[in-house]
Design a binder for this molecule. Sequence first.
Ligand SMILES: Nc1nc2c(c(=O)[nH]1)N[C@H]1C(S)=C(S)[C@@H](COP(=O)(O)OP(=O)(O)OC[C@H]3O[C@@H](n4cnc5c(=O)[nH]c(N)nc54)[C@H](O)[C@@H]3O)O[C@H]1N2
Ligand SMILES: Nc1nc2c(c(=O)[nH]1)N[C@H]1C(S)=C(S)[C@@H](COP(=O)(O)OP(=O)(O)OC[C@H]3O[C@@H](n4cnc5c(=O)[nH]c(N)nc54)[C@H](O)[C@@H]3O)O[C@H]1N2
Ligand code: SF4
Ligand SMILES: [Mo]
Length: 717
Amino acid sequence: MPRTAHVTCPLCEATCGLSVTLDGPDGSDVTEVRGDRDDVFSRGFICPKGVSLGALHADPDRLRAPLIKRDGEFVEVSWDEAFAEIDARLRPIMAEHGNDALAIYAGNPSIHNVSTTLYGPVLYRAISTKNFFSASTVDQMPKHYTSGYLFGAPFAIPVPDIDRTRYLLMLGANPLVSNGSLMTAPDMRGRLKALRARGGKLVVVDPKRTRTAEAADEHHAIRPGTDALLLFALVNVLFERDLVSLGALEDHTNGVAELRALAEPFTPEAVAPDVGIDAEAIRRLAVELASADRAVVYGRIGTTTQEFGTLASWLVDVLNVLTGNLDQPGGAMFPSPAASAPGSSKPFRHGRWRSRVRGLPEVYGELPVATLADEIETPGDGQVRALLTVAGNPCLSAPNAERLDAALGQLDFMVSLDVYLNETTRHADVILPGPSPLERPHYDLAFYQLSVRNVANWTPAAMPSDLPQEWETLLRLLGVVTGQGPNADIAALDDFVAGEFARRTGADVASAAGRVGPERLVDLLLRSGPYGLTLADLEDAPHGVDLGPLMSRLPDALKTASGKIELAPESITSDVPRLAARLEDVPNGQFVLIGRRQLASNNSWMHNLEPLVRGSNRCTVQVHPDDAAGIGLTDGALAKVFSAAGTVELPVEITDVLRPGVVSIPHGWGHDVDGARTSVAAAHAGANTNVLTDDGPLDAPTGTAVLNGIPVQLAPA
Ligand SMILES: Nc1nc2c(c(=O)[nH]1)N[C@H]1C(S)=C(S)[C@@H](COP(=O)(O)OP(=O)(O)OC[C@H]3O[C@@H](n4cnc5c(=O)[nH]c(N)nc54)[C@H](O)[C@@H]3O)O[C@H]1N2
Ligand SMILES: Nc1nc2c(c(=O)[nH]1)N[C@H]1C(S)=C(S)[C@@H](COP(=O)(O)OP(=O)(O)OC[C@H]3O[C@@H](n4cnc5c(=O)[nH]c(N)nc54)[C@H](O)[C@@H]3O)O[C@H]1N2
Ligand code: SF4
Ligand SMILES: [Mo]
């Protein structure tokens, strides 16, 4: 008899509810995946990735047993053998060289997985290495940094109240393809349509006329990397025209006068030649933003992974404050999640330690992944000799990928928690697999903190797994790194973790009696959360619980030392002279490379699924027709693309959606490596664009990689 499981899709930030039909002798054959029409948040929405959850579950290349590399070949082993190997090889490295000799890289899916979200940090704290890296420094770290300094807490990220706004100025985001990021909002097409239907306006700023730009009222093709200049000019106009109006924020904000002074040189006329948008249009945008009754500015990855990522992220929030739209319905609001992991009670600061080789400051407990290769390659005290990756594929996702790939090959020991033997994990000595998304429980702890509506939805595992849950594997690793050996008492460690959670949240650990692992921790977090929910409440609501629209949260949400919004903190404003220098020295007209996301793709790791690699999901270099004509490129022919870091070859796709002078390559491809076990991906290999991105220039305050706006040259191959 077929049965239906209701699951929250864990593949992206949209948190769609899906109905999964299961059949077959042991109920583990996925016969259909549909959008769940009764889901309180997503109302039946689904994308091609969600549909492919069944293909992912069934993928024969997905690992189902631990692997150990013996004489260069991976062999399947038991869990006991795998842990014995880790204990025998990792412990001596840590004993001789210290914990900093073990680096950690946590990848994107680790935040889409309740086991690794909750138990990863437990292990990382126990290892306590300075060399902690994650996908955040190729993604949203500037946003944590600016939230840390403006609001006092790196996870206090305001999100656009998209269902109530009447004016949305969106920069560097393409949610009709990405399905939204730092903005949990299933069915973005429907939400943007509704915005326009109620008389609202959508303005998109993007070097490319994306799907989202096509669906907008207005599109401005900005020159890559110049968002901070544009945003500063908007601030300038607000002051010039006396349009600054903080409203309810007046008593809660410091730094307005400093900001006025800082914005002075950035007039629309001064920035226009570099930004590529004319001064008159910039003035009009500022006036529209200030006069719309509910307006919001939103920036995403095109604004964070660029040379001025921190300044651009900061100015997005600054504009929301100066127009009185922060914390107001229809503006940028702080969600009120039902459960959130306990954070630090101290106001945010960065630079508590620095990287050994380049002296880059720590931000939010991390060093930039752009410097991981430096730390592995450079001999001396504190050199990285071992690496643990958790759900990450830095060989495809980090800048200067060829160099990092070679560096991983030099490690003394590497362990990966991962579901594939791929470009990165092929360098591991031991790979520890986790269950498929349908074999584990799910709760979107991180993404409900970024949700445009307050909702809560718990997903029990749709079916049992033959593999240990990843929280158990992480605790077993905790046993190894803390010297308890390869067979530590996991239940005892878990009791200890739950006790600590209860202590930090004020919940009574006995109230969650009878539960273990993430179930117990989520139950404790819900109980201590603002709605007093329990896990049992959510278990009774398979389509989720709607907790209503976003609510104003100031001043309570502010954790700065002053208790106020700090609009002009020195840790941010000290980077303004670097931006001002750009006004004097506008880069010349060479080609610049930007990235792009594809609907049927998920960064680097879902290219092994036949249904997703068919059709339009192709790794090409997009070039504007005028540019192509100028250098003799023809559609479909191969081009060579060169940068300071490397060279790749890939097919040309000629399209007028790009701003002339800008070329675009998607990331996450380049599957033609030796030693991986992803047969479908290998047949659709594509090229790795991060061979072209450089690990040298970074967003100065945070060390976030510059992945957009890379100078490149092109030629027919
Ligand atoms: N040039 C360029 N580079 C980019 C970007 C860009 O826009 N341009 N975007 C950046 C961004 S935003 C991000 S987030 C990063 C992503 O960078 P990463 O997080 O390093 O890479 P992913 O492609 O997400 O790879 C995830 C890995 O997790 C594994 N995995 C999947 N599910 C699970 C699971 O349930 N458990 C475990 N243990 N493993 C799992 C996959 O097999 C894969 O190895 O890439 C960045 N790189
Ligand atoms: N289908 C699919 N969905 C995904 C992912 C995926 O790989 N595939 N990845 C997920 C992840 S990890 C993340 S972080 C999110 C990201 O979510 P989004 O930020 O919405 O991602 P993108 O679609 O890359 O949109 C970035 C846009 O920035 C533009 N851009 C590039 N440079 C600049 C610039 O200098 N200035 C401006 N203003 N714009 C610029 C690009 O043209 C692009 O349209 O998506 C998530 N969702
Ligand atoms: S939009 Fe995201 S959450 Fe929704 S089905 Fe697609 S991948 Fe899953
Ligand atoms: Mo990301």
